[in-house]
Design a protein around this ligand. Structure first.
Ligand code: GDP
Ligand code: ZN
Length: 290
């Protein structure tokens, strides 16, 4: 899309395709590119790709070191979650947050469907809100249905490139349509249709917001996680562990069974939430060693 918001179908110059890139896709969603409009046509040729401020990648499953860039130049990650209908597990939330940390992407949790929550569920939300906000993740509570707090969500997204994720059914499409009626997307669906029959699992879409900013939707978000989490650095992806691990007796403490572990002590003292620590242990069991 050009600066004056005209959409051109672009192709790459041969040289970009021929360079021995370590990525399986030379140009990715979110890239800033310079392109030249072809005379007398509505198509264009990409001349140059600007340096990326960050990327989220999926490592290829084959043994080559090539990675597929899912999206680039992101400002933030928004994880849409729900206490109920469907329930988002903290296991999923923590895996998402840790992966975003690995990419140095700041995350905000957006709990949707608050119009449906019982008093007990509101209480649970408040507990989660306290825990996550204490460790540095803002928590919004919204309803796409009633419009509650959507102005906060809009303010958060304005003029930013936001990764917009969450399990199917949490209300991503409903939220996007509620904050930007002009957009009218069914998040996820578009890409599902595009890729019918192909076995591409990660495919991102970028949509402009009428009030300024962009959302990046990645239906293959299940791929987002674990690939980039390594046992050796996993604790650093948990802000409340990162802050405390220098106090562990052993410099290479994995915070599982070592004596003198400041992390385990903080869990016992109630300074680190039990469920966060349990999720850390589960992720350690799954994470790769590099
Ligand atoms: P997506 O898969 O994340 O895009 O989810 P959808 O936007 O398709 O929403 C899934 C279902 O939840 C739909 O039936 C929506 O009408 C409903 N829904 C979405 N947001 C809310 C909300 O805030 N409150 C209530 N009660 N229902 C909602
Ligand atoms: Zn430790």
């Amino acid at each position: 899309m050009s600066d004056d918001n005209i959409l051109y179908e672009c192709r790459l110059r041969g040289k970009y395709r021929l360079q021995g890139l370590r990525t399986t896709n030379p140009v990715a969603v979110g890239d800033l590119v310079y392109f030249k409009i072809e005379t007398g046509k509505e198509t264009a040729v990409i001349e140059q790709i600007e340096d990326r401020t960050n990327v989220i990648v999926r490592k290829s499953t084959n043994l080559s070191k090539a990675a597929h860039i899912i999206a680039s130049n992101l400002d933030q990650a928004l994880l849409v979650a729900t206490i109920d209908q469907p329930r988002t597990s903290t296991g999923f939330i923590d895996r998402f947050l840790a992966t975003a940390e690995a990419y140095h992407l700041h995350s905000t949790l957006v709990f949707n469907k608050i119009d449906l929550y019982t008093p007990a569920q509101m209480e649970e939300l408040n507990k989660l809100k306290h825990i996550y906000s204490t460790i540095g993740y803002a928590v919004l509570e919204v309803s796409a249905e009633t419009g509650q707090n959507l102005d906060e969500l809009k303010a958060l997204m304005k003029d930013k490139v936001s990764l917009f994720s969450g399990h199917s059914g949490v209300g991503k499409s409903a939220l996007v349509n509620a904050i930007d009626s002009g957009l009218n997307v069914r998040i996820g669906d578009i890409s599902a249709v595009h890729h019918k029959g192909k076995h591409t699992t990660t495919y991102a879409e970028m949509h402009p917001l009428s009030f300024g900013g962009w959302i990046i939707d990645t239906p293959g978000i299940k791929e987002f996680g674990l690939y980039d989490l390594e046992k050796e650095t996993l604790a650093q992806r948990f802000p409340e562990m990162r802050n405390r691990m220098s106090a562990c007796r052993f410099a290479n403490c994995t915070h599982r069974s070592e004596p003198g572990c400041a992390i385990k002590q903080a869990v016992v003292d109630g300074q680190i939430a039990d469920f966060r620590y349990k999720n850390y242990l589960n992720m350690m069991a799954d994470a790769v060693s590099d």
